[in-house]
Design a binder for this molecule. Sequence first.
Ligand SMILES: [Zn+2]
Length: 150
Amino acid sequence: MIECEQGQRVGAYHDGELPEASRAEVERHLRECPVCAAELRRLRRLSDLMRAAGGAEMPGEVLARLHQSVDMQPKITMLHVAEVFVAAAASILLVSCVWLWRISAAGADSGQIPLWETAAVAPQDPSAVASQEQLAQWIVHDLSRENGHD
Ligand SMILES: [Zn+2]
């Protein structure tokens, strides 16, 4: 398609945005330039279609239905996407928590994973930490008592 440098002014002319002097210039140009004349015809046809689709002559109910079907759809889709995204993020978090918990539980059951490794992976449990410290104190106490006996 052949472009014309006056093309943008044709759009402004069609929208009634040009001052009187410029309008006369564009009208003169339109008589000489088939590209801009075609562009103006295209714009007029387009605005006719838009008036026909969303014109004020339409009954309110039909217009409302039209707006619903055209306007609401993207909003619902965006909301739906957001909900799905949040749900997916939540379930990923849940799955990884269960996965970690299962790893630590399996390690504790089978006894193949050292206690310190299980404690490092498992969620921090204050009572477990306390009992480990107590266990260490008992061991130290035991050893020192044995040493004392010796
Ligand atoms: Zn032109």
